[in-house]
Design a protein around this ligand. Structure first.
Ligand SMILES: [Ca+2]
Length: 320
């Protein structure tokens, strides 16, 4: 944030935060930066929207912040037959160790109920109607945001910016071509991509996965008297990571940094992003460079992200 105009913009974060995952690290970063969201909405993805809302509320309380957290949708936009069974079959055919979280094909609670979830889309739409200029940071599947978009006139959307954590150009993490958030609800992503935002920025998987929060940085942060320090210390004491590198990616922190820190060294290209909703290529992204409404981040400085993240989350509360 380098300008007063940016600090005056409202912030809405839509998230599938869970425990101390990358969404949670992104929230710790934004709270510590004093870029406090006016609204947090939760969506299925890493878990249920219900569980995520509980985790988001606990995290805000830990930072002594009173933030409106609204639970959102438990099912994607494509929740109709026969597409639902087609997608379930695609997922069932993936290698067994593929991370599909909420969409596990044997999860009867997800696949065999029609529980639709909470009113996050309505809360999002109301917040965007009332705000003169908001940044919407999408850290999970885009279901809530797409449903809000459908409720809003172009004259409202044009005041707001959307930042998307996810999608992939160079290779996916669910299928060969699809990244998790795009895969979880490509129809919602499609709605968001075709809406007339002031700007739309996608930070794709290959950029999100570049910085790695290694054990040395975690050890430094957990020694700080901060909410994240306390949370990491508890995590590492209760379930030490050992040699595992699974905890090192900080995907959503990268998207939050791109949004909140416009001095971060980065490159982006302008053009048109589209998403495939054919089950055979479910959630794959295409990018056509040129005149177009979208910006695709192609490079960030991973060391700068890590350095700035650590500096922000390590500030004792009294100095903020
Ligand atoms: Ca996420």
């Amino acid at each position: 944030m380098s300008s007063e105009q940016d600090t005056a913009r409202h912030l809405i974060v839509d998230t599938d935060t869970l425990g101390i995952n990358d969404d949670a690290l992104a929230l710790h970063y934004l709270f510590a930066l004093a870029r406090t969201p006016q609204l947090i909405t939760t969506v299925f993805g890493n878990s249920t929207a219900t569980a995520s809302a509980g985790h988001a509320r606990a995290l805000a309380r830990h930072h002594l912040l009173d933030i409106d957290v609204v639970q959102g949708r438990e099912k994607p936009l494509w929740w109709y037959e026969p597409l639902r069974q087609d997608v379930r079959a695609v997922i069932a055919a993936l290698p067994a160790d593929t991370y599909v979280a909420s969409l596990r094909p044997d999860d009867a609670g997800f696949w065999e109920t029609d529980l639709q979830g909470g009113p996050a889309p309505e809360a999002l739409a109301a917040a965007l109607k009332h705000s003169r200029g908001a940044d919407v940071l999408a850290l999970g599947p885009l279901t809530n945001i797409a449903r809000a978009v459908r409720q809003l006139a172009p004259s409202i959307l044009v005041r707001h910016r959307l930042f998307i954590s996810g999608g992939s150009i160079k290779g996916g993490n669910v299928t060969e071509h699809a990244e998790f958030n795009a895969f979880a609800d490509p129809e919602a992503l499609k709605v968001c991509l075709s809406a007339g935002w002031e700007s739309l920025v996608m930070v794709p998987l290959e950029v999100l996965q570049a910085p790695r929060l290694g054990p040395a940085a975690v050890d430094r942060i957990r020694r700080t008297d901060t909410p994240l320090g306390q949370a990491l210390d508890k995590l590492e004491r209760e379930s030490p990571r050992g040699e595992s590198k699974d905890r090192e990616p900080i995907w959503d922190v990268v998207a939050a940094s791109v949004m909140a820190d416009d001095t971060l060294p980065s490159r982006a290209e302008t053009g048109t992003i589209s998403v495939d909703t054919d089950p055979a290529n479910w959630g794959a992204i295409r990018f056509r460079q040129g005149d177009g409404p979208h910006r695709l981040v192609t490079h960030i400085d991973p060391d700068a992200v890590l350095r700035r993240f650590e500096a922000v989350v390590s500030q004792p509360r009294s100095s903020r």
